[in-house]
Design a protein around this ligand. Structure first.
Ligand SMILES: [Zn+2]
Length: 537
């Protein structure tokens, strides 16, 4: 017999989740170090205009080819529907490959498995050879999108309409807009004959929106040659958040995702006596399942502030409301001691999810008919765990909360949360570029509650950041997976420009930090000379 659904007190005690581990993450010394970094960064920001003067693509952009090409390719990409399921990404992979080859970049379309055995799924890969042998940088996006219901949109989501300064359609932001800005950045570098100390790799994968196992997951396992010498990677997951209000004095926030929460998707299956529902029995499957879910729904996981989150909020201190600054600076202790702060902080679901494991009940399945008591009933849970915790342990905790032998708890999907350190030349390159903009950005390393394909690459030891240098307001970001998704033509061009800047800053910093001698360019000019020559002439 199932336990009383309301008998849920002290259930949290059953969860073997770590108790509050406040303060351990960093404490004042750690925080003070970060503040220094932030201040130093603010100082560097002051040098911005001079650094911008050597930007070599100004002329190139004024002529307009890349911006025009980018808008055309993105509109085309939107016109090739890749709503997943079923995805059918192959046509888009070919379109991207053709565009890479147009700039002389080696490109391949790689067939990937489809669940129905159809050969219409594929990834696209390109490699722009550099002149040195430093670790390659990969630019990763995905080809598939979530579906869109044309009835809900004010424009056809698959028409690739260019109107009112925007490119409209499903994928304009997530992630065709990402793929196209990365592709165009590479094309611009190739077209301008800029020699880098390393190769640049372009990769756009299928199946990301449904987990990526047959997309990025399959590629890293079956085509390791695509990632040869790749040491660093940039993909979606973070970007530049700007305020909609012009007069706002808060700087653009450059959020760089360095770690994601680990998904732990579980299925619960309750078995019970089947029969006619006109004479109910206490051990029927559906009520047992409902009772179990009710217990799960009441579980409140303990708060745990991991170092990455501590670091993230320390970096956000300059833009925090005055009354929250101390809380951001000493997040763990303030969450423990200051009830008002705790209420404000946890009242924001996004923030709440950064400091504890969460679980959402999503799928429910019972009988197909009103008058049937089914032999089994199923539910699925979407749990997201903080780094360092295992799905197996979490499933065990759920079993204890459920406390019903007739209910089986199975793992559907999980992978560990692996962080990429922000102490790398790639992160420093992002900081440098953010600091030299007309409106210097505040770079914040962060944990994100969702997941992207980045984890497949972090598992290989590749430093992977979720960061696309694209400035969006909160309002614009809300169109991701929503209706009327669109990207401003200027935003797209700006993100291409910033991607090129980051690639070049990274190339210089990584080479300098490694102590590698700078080789001379194809035309015999060193990179510095070449840059000056372009700037002068
Ligand atoms: Zn995406």
């Amino acid at each position: 017999m199932a336990a009383d659904p309301l008998d849920s007190e002290a259930r949290f005690e059953l969860l073997p989740l770590p108790r509050i581990r406040l303060g351990r993450a960093g404490g004042p010394a750690f925080a003070a170090g970060l503040v220094t970094v932030v201040l130093l960064f603010a100082t560097l920001g002051g040098l911005s205009s001079e650094a911008q003067a050597v930007w070599p693509f100004d002329l190139f952009f004024e002529r307009g080819p890349i911006s025009r090409r980018a808008a055309e390719v993105l509109a085309d990409a939107i016109r090739i529907p890749t709503a997943n399921p079923p995805g059918n990404e192959r046509a888009l992979a070919r379109r991207y490959a053709a565009e890479l080859r147009r700039s002389g970049i080696e490109a391949r379309v790689i067939e990937t498995p489809g669940s129905d055995g159809s050969p219409r799924r594929a990834a696209v890969w390109g490699r722009l050879r550099g002149q040195g042998d430093r670790p390659a940088l990969a630019l990763l996006s995905h080809l598939d999108t979530v579906p869109a219901d044309p009835a809900e949109w004010s424009v056809d989501p698959f028409a690739g309409k260019v109107w009112d300064g925007f490119i409209w359609g499903r994928g304009a932001l997530d992630a065709k807009g990402v793929g196209v800005s990365q592709l165009m950045a590479m094309a611009a570098i190739a077209d301008a004959d800029i020699a880098l100390e390393r190769d640049l790799v372009f990769l756009a994968t299928p199946e990301e929106e449904t987990g990526g196992r047959d997309g990025a997951g399959w590629l890293v396992e079956n085509h390791p040659e695509l990632l040869e010498d790749v040491g660093y990677l940039l993909t979606e997951g973070g970007g530049v958040k700007i305020s909609a209000r012009r007069e706002s004095d808060s700087p653009p926030i450059w959020g760089v995702a360095i770690v994601e929460k680990a998904p732990c998707w579980l299925e619960l299956e309750a078995r019970g006596r089947a029969g006619h529902s006109s004479s109910p029995t206490p051990d029927a499957a559906v009520p047992r399942l409902v009772a179990a879910l009710d217990r799960i729904r009441r579980v409140e996981a303990p708060i745990r502030v991991i170092p990455e989150v501590e670091q993230m909020f320390t970096a956000l201190v300059p833009v925090a409301a005055e009354w929250d600054r101390a809380g951001y600076l000493y997040l763990a202790t303030t969450l423990e001691k200051d009830e008002g702060f705790q209420r404000r902080f946890l009242g924001n679901p996004g923030q709440n999810a950064l400091v504890r494991n969460t679980v959402s009940i999503t799928v429910l399945e019972g009988a197909a008919k009103t008058n049937v008591a089914p032999a089994s009933a199923r539910a699925q849970l979407d749990a997201r765990l903080l780094p360092g915790e295992s799905c197996t342990d979490f499933a065990e905790a759920i079993r204890r909360v459920v406390d019903d032998e007739s209910i089986e708890v199975r793992e559907l999907l999980s992978f560990p949360a692996i962080a990429s350190s922000p102490d790398t030349p790639l992160f420093r390159a992002i900081e440098e570029v953010a600091g030299r903009q007309a409106e210097p950005g505040l770079v914040v390393p962060r944990l994100i509650g969702g997941f992207t394909d980045a984890h497949w690459f972090r598992e290989l030891g590749i430093t992977s950041y979720g960061f696309v240098p694209r400035a969006l307001t909160a309002n614009e970001s809300r169109r991701v997976h929503g209706i009327d998704e669109r990207i401003g033509k200027e935003t797209l061009v700006e993100s291409i420009r910033l991607t090129i800047e980051i690639v070049r800053a990274f190339d210089r910093l990584e080479s300098a930090e490694s102590g590698a001698p700078r080789s001379s360019g194809a035309n015999g000019m060193s990179e510095e000379t070449r840059r000056e020559a372009i700037a002068d002439g």
